[in-house]
Design a protein around this ligand. Structure first.
Ligand SMILES: Nc1ncnc2c1ncn2[C@@H]1O[C@H](COP(=O)(O)OP(=O)(O)O)[C@@H](O)[C@H]1O
Ligand SMILES: [Mg+2]
Length: 337
């Protein structure tokens, strides 16, 4: 796709550990077009953060990008110098982390941190930057933003800190906003509010977004497209509707089944995915889901299925049985009801 803002191809990221080589990301590819929201969903340890950090140029030892291409606005990011990367980060490319305390400086007033980000990239006057910082804090719903700008991070609640992080991330009108589990550390009641603020911030700036979450429930109504990750690979990718209404990978089906549903038919039992994700340390051959998969066949233990189109071009699955899956799922559901 040439109209992509961000294009990641065949990305491979490895960590050297005492126990051996960990392949955290193993041939991942995705693209984000201007203004669109791509969600990356998967269990903890599936390689979501490592993928995001690779795009941000933040993979450090003992990790390394062992292969693949990352292209942003037609420019290859893997060949950027640290200095070039620094001018991109916080400018056209911004990231929001799960834990705002780790990215806010505890010793600097919240408003000053945002002003600093503005001065680094777009503003020249300190006074104007301070004023804009308060405007941004107001945009993300901080009450009495002008006064609160003079507070230190510890004087903010968790939800308010995450709002401040969003304000900082959009300060320089990024073209791409990467949000890595932006609401996971928050109370459930605050999560929805912060997600709404994130969407508003995205709309105001026309930014594209890469939304990373372990919670498939979060992406409904937010994402245009979804990529599902498992053990360092993308196992299914499609539009929001394709993923939710015609999933073609057993792992996605498992995730959907484990979502609590208010309108659920009580005669169908709530099913979670049995077992635990594999260690990505010295992964065995075959499909990584096979040991946990209800539809596994001998073949699945020997060869690794490639991500291939199922029906529409936008919809791809890495399952040998993707085509027959709707029938198989029907049979299992009938048998258990
Ligand atoms: N600094 C590191 N050293 C060793 N292994 C790491 C490091 N960072 C991540 N990993 C491994 O990479 C895998 C993917 O991690 P991550 O991308 O953080 O998962 P998640 O999907 O939860 O964001 C995990 O198995 C993790 O153990
Ligand atoms: Mg993570």
């Amino acid at each position: 796709m040439t109209d992509a803002l961000l294009e990641v191809e065949d990305l491979k990221v490895e960590f050297t550990t005492e126990d051996g080589l960990v392949t955290a990301v193993n041939g991942v590819g995705f693209s984000v077009r201007p203004g669109e929201t791509l969600a990356i969903v998967g269990e903890s340890g599936s390689g979501k953060s490592v993928s995001a950090l690779s795009v941000m140029g933040l993979i450090d030892k003992p990790g390394r990008i062992a292969g693949g291409e990352i292209t942003f606005e037609g420019r290859s990011l893997r060949s950027l110098s640290e200095r070039e990367y620094r001018s991109l980060r916080g400018g056209d490319l911004a990231m929001i982390f799960q834990d705002p305390l780790s990215s806010l400086n505890p010793a600097v007033r919240v408003g000053d941190q945002i002003a600093e980000a503005l001065l680094t990239h777009t503003y020249e006057s300190k006074k104007a930057a301070r004023r804009q910082a308060a405007v941004l804090l107001e945009l993300v719903g901080i009450p009495h933003a002008g006064d609160r700008a003079r507070d230190y991070p510890h004087q903010f609640s968790g939800g308010m800190r995450q709002r401040a992080m969003i304000a900082m991330a959009i300060a320089n009108q990024p073209k791409l906003l990467i949000a890595d589990e932006p609401t996971t550390a928050l109370d459930v009641t605050i999560q929805a509010q912060v997600l709404e603020v994130l969407r508003k911030a995205q709309r105001e700036t026309d930014a594209a977004m890469l939304l990373i979450t372990h919670d498939l429930g979060v992406v409904a109504g937010v994402a245009d497209r979804v990529a599902v990750m498992y053990a360092g690979r993308i196992v299914e990718e499609g539009t929001l509707d394709e993923l939710f209404y015609s999933p073609r990978h057993p792992y996605t089906i498992g995730l959907l089944n484990s979502l609590p549903r208010l309108d659920s038919d009580r005669s169908v039992p709530l099913r979670t995915i049995p077992g635990t994700p594999p260690s990505v340390l010295n992964l065995p051959p075959g499909c990584a889901l096979a040991p946990r998969c209800l539809y596994m066949q001998d073949h699945c233990l020997e060869a690794t299925p490639e991500l291939t189109a199922v029906g529409p071009e936008t919809h791809r699955s890495a399952c040998f049985r993707a085509a027959e899956l709707p029938d198989l799922v029907g049979a299992v559901t009938d048998a258990s009801s």
